[in-house]
Design a protein around this ligand. Structure first.
Ligand SMILES: Cc1cc2nc3c(=O)[nH]c(=O)nc-3n(C[C@H](O)[C@H](O)[C@H](O)COP(=O)(O)OP(=O)(O)OC[C@H]3O[C@@H](n4cnc5c(N)ncnc54)[C@H](O)[C@@H]3O)c2cc1C
Length: 623
């Protein structure tokens, strides 16, 4: 276990390095990708403590193994593949929520069946993972990707599923206010609420040096904001708009309204609905609007903004909830249900959150379900013609060596970006369907600060800015069943999460995601760290904030293929062709079925679970 000051020591060293080494523009100094592939340490950076300490975002190993698939390094398959002589009823590629849920559905419907989950990271969970810091003796937990969970409606399938794995929405309790300072309203998630203690920061881009804060911008109706009258008018009109602003929302998935929305961009919809100009959207609202799909509104189907509400209604009255590490909590509960001794202790939310994972329990020969980590599947191929084949060969790489296992069925739950490369002999329909999936990158930066008094002094608990790195973040009250303090005050250490997206408004979607990914992959840890420190210094030094003193640690989680960004036509198809997700859902290829949230076009753990249920059903029918 690292010392309480370990993260301080590491990040301060990196900070000093960066101060000495960096020159010129913050991100312009990015090394070329090949240099970075060699410079592993300066890519991954510090990973924190606990179960997830060596698995922050896509690790260097995962990224390089993935790129070997893309670059066809394993084609044709080398001759030195070790045959493990293992055969399973099902091999699942991908140990995110969808792959884990697939394994659970299979185990429950066929308890004697055997199943192997292959996951490329050092821990399961996919985008549902967490970071842990120790700051001045206090444990802080934050999400690496997937954050919010929405309470289910009683009697629904998802309600039963969550209950069956021990998740009870009535048990979520959050830190309470402590200390003598007047209480400030705090949310439960890193997302914005727009209330009285919100703040907008305007810097050099708006002619403000030093920058200025506008506290409670909506309550003040943007009075004092250094923006044009036109921008002010447009933004207020949007803020004042009724939910549907005279435009009826879709009632059913597939009705005329939803189909129309899928034929235009979200940007067009915002212009039609609120009278916003393109410039105002791109300056102030992009990529935050649309951020749940990883790009700005210019690239997305307008229906991307409605689909989750239409398809996945939830108990709105209870509001969004969040495990201390986001949906790492869901992944841990599924794993506990699959292999009870892999997370020791009772089946309670506190124990599942707090106990350390027993990694050796995950892949035991004596178990029907096994989870094999650090293993990247590189080839999935039927033995003989797919229609008649009895077995599928799965080859994976682990520690630089290649291994083969066999299975009577396969569920590809890893996501479009690897599935399209590793399933061999794909028929045209599935190949063309996967060609329509675009996954956008995202950098999730978790910044542990020793206290947030600088924000309290400014009278803000959540804030947004429009230049530099990142866009917004918020102080949140953490759920207390993690090993975190039950109280919070301005003197408490907290984690601020920056979601950094890479949009290039106006460019074709494929170009936007590729450019963004190049930037994410080619920028060293030290450059990002420096940019974040400079951003915070520029915004908060006026309130006494000193990055050297106040930042205790920074963890970067790089997600090369974070979000499915659904372009117009993704949900209902284009030019008379079926929707790509539907093609894959309805057409398993021989013994291979497809899962992962990206098939739905909604980046959400509910989609992961429902796609898993369908794929597991298809596999069961085949078995
Ligand atoms: C920044 C961010 C924020 C989000 N916020 C939320 C939120 O607040 N609430 C919410 O519900 N959802 C959120 N999501 C969506 C999130 O994607 C889903 O909730 C869910 O976690 C996705 O699970 P999955 O199993 O479908 O995919 P993934 O989590 O992507 O899991 C797939 C796994 O398979 C692995 N894999 C891929 N290829 C291979 C291979 N060849 N061999 C072995 N392993 C492989 C991947 O590395 C990954 O670990 C967010 C996503 C991101 C990126």
């Amino acid at each position: 276990m690292n010392s309480p000051h370990e993260d301080e020591r590491i990040t301060r060293r990196d900070y000093l390095n960066s101060t000495l080494l960096a020159s010129g523009g913050v991100l312009l100094g990015a090394a070329c990708p090949m240099d970075l592939l060699a410079a592993k340490e300066d890519w991954t950076g510090y990973g924190g403590v606990g179960d997830y300490g060596d698995s922050n975002g896509n690790t260097h190993e995962v990224m390089t193994a993935g790129h070997k698939i893309r670059d066809r390094v394993f084609e044709p398959l080398p001759s030195d593949v070790t045959d493990t002589r293992e055969q399973f009823d099902c091999v699942i590629v991908g140990g995110g929520i969808s792959g884990l849920a697939s394994a659970l559905f299979l185990a429950r419907s066929r308890p004697t069946g055997t199943c192997l989950v292959l996951e490329n990271h050092p821990i399961f969970g996919g985008e549902g993972k967490r970071n842990e810091f120790l700051v001045d003796g206090q444990r802080l937990i934050a999400h690496q990707g997937s954050a919010m969970i929405f309470p289910t409606l009683p009697g629904t399938f998802l309600d039963g599923f969550y209950r069956s794995i021990g998740i009870d929405f009535d048990q979520f309790q959050y830190q309470t206010w402590s200390g003598s300072d007047a209480q400030m309203p705090l949310g439960r998630t890193p997302y914005l609420d727009g209330g009285k203690t919100s703040g907008f920061f305007y810097g050099a881009k708006f002619g403000q040096t030093p920058g200025m804060w506008l506290v409670d911008p909506w309550g003040k109706r943007l009075a004092g904001a250094p923006i044009s009258e036109k921008e002010q008018r447009e933004l207020l009109a949007m803020q004042d708009a009724k939910p549907d602003q005279g435009h009826k929302p879709p009632e059913h998935h597939g009705d005329a309204i939803s189909r129309h929305l899928d034929s235009i961009t979200l940007e067009q919809d915002m212009m039609d609905k609120y009278g916003l100009s393109r410039d105002t959207i791109r300056t102030f609202l992009s990529p935050v609007a649309g951020g749940g799909s990883g790009l700005g509104p210019d690239a997305l189907s307008a229906y991307a903004d409605y689909a989750a509400d239409v398809l996945l209604p939830w108990d709105y009255a209870k509001g969004p909830q969040m495990f201390p590490g986001g949906n790492a909590g869901v992944a841990r509960h599924i794993v506990k249900a699959l292999i009870p001794d892999s997370i020791p202790g009772e089946l309670t939310m506190a124990a599942v959150c707090r106990s350390n994972v027993s990694f050796s329990a995950l892949d035991q020969r004596s178990r029907n379900t096994r989870i094999r980590l650090r293993s990247t599947a590189i080839s999935v191929q039927h033995e003989g013609p797919p229609a008649k084949s009895k077995l599928v060969n799965i080859v994976y790489t682990r520690d630089g060596k290649l291994y083969r296992v066999k299975a009577r069925s396969v569920i590809m739950a890893g996501g479009s970006w690897t599935t399209k490369h590793i399933v061999k002999d794909f028929p045209a329909a599935q190949r063309e369907a996967y060609a329509q999936f675009h996954r956008a990158p995202c950098l999730m930066a978790n910044i542990a600060v020793r206290n947030w008094r600088f924000l309290y002094k400014l009278d803000i608990s959540e804030f947004q800015w429009f230049e530099g790195i990142g866009n917004y973040t918020a102080i949140r009250r953490t759920a207390t069943f993690g090993a975190v303090s039950p109280t919070i005050s301005p003197d408490s250490p907290v984690v601020l999460t920056l979601k950094i997206l890479f949009s290039s408004p106006g460019l074709p979607i494929g170009e936007q995601v590729t450019r963004g990914r190049m930037e994410l992959l080619a920028t060293p840890f030290r450059n990002y760290e420096r940019a974040i420190r400079e951003q915070f210094a520029s915004m908060f030094s006026q309130a006494g904030f000193d990055p050297r003193r106040d930042i205790a640690g920074i963890i970067l989680n790089r997600w090369g293929h974070a979000y499915l960004s659904a372009q117009p036509g993704f949900f209902f198809g284009k030019d008379g062709q079926p929707a790509p997700g539907e093609v894959l859902r309805q057409n398993p290829f021989g013994r291979i079925a497809f899962a992962n949230s990206d098939l739905t076009g909604i980046m959400d753990r509910r989609a992961s679970i429902l796609e898993a249920q369908r794929a597991a059903g298809q596999v069961m029918a085949r078995l």
